[in-house]
Design a protein around this ligand. Sequence first.
Ligand code: HEC
Length: 120
Amino acid sequence: MKKVLMTAAAAAFVLGVGVMAPADASAKSFNVKACKACHAVPKKKVGPAWKDVAAAYGDAETLAKVFKDGFKVDDRKVAAADGKWKKKAGMMTSQYKRLIKGHEDEAAKALFDAVAAGKI
Ligand code: HEC
């Protein structure tokens, strides 16, 4: 009887960990695919082409710093240079809060990696 109980406890433990690990991992990780809804590397979609974004920032560290400083509209190089994008900055602000905050380095690197690969 004691052995049965121990086995059940061990099984519950394994199941519990098995169920929780993926949920936990997805909440903590950054997924660049979410950006594809509005961005592409070679051309503009809802947001600017990432090749133009990468050209404006120059490197991932510079972009990561702007993300870390709160991604203020006045600090955004693309929106600051073009009023057409500035008008849509609110749309990107909500994506920043939802997807990028807490993953600034990863997000900046993912953008430059996508540009190097030619696609998101
Ligand atoms: C709902 C649409 C939408 C999604 C999803 C989205 N963006 Fe954007 N993004 C925009 C728009 C619109 C702009 C132009 C306004 C602006 O620059 O703030 C933009 C601009 C940008 C800029 C340039 C900011 C500037 O002005 O210098 C960066 C960098 C960026 N997005 C990164 C990302 C990343 C990384 C993701 C995925 C985590 C993402 N975006 C997801 C709509 C979106």
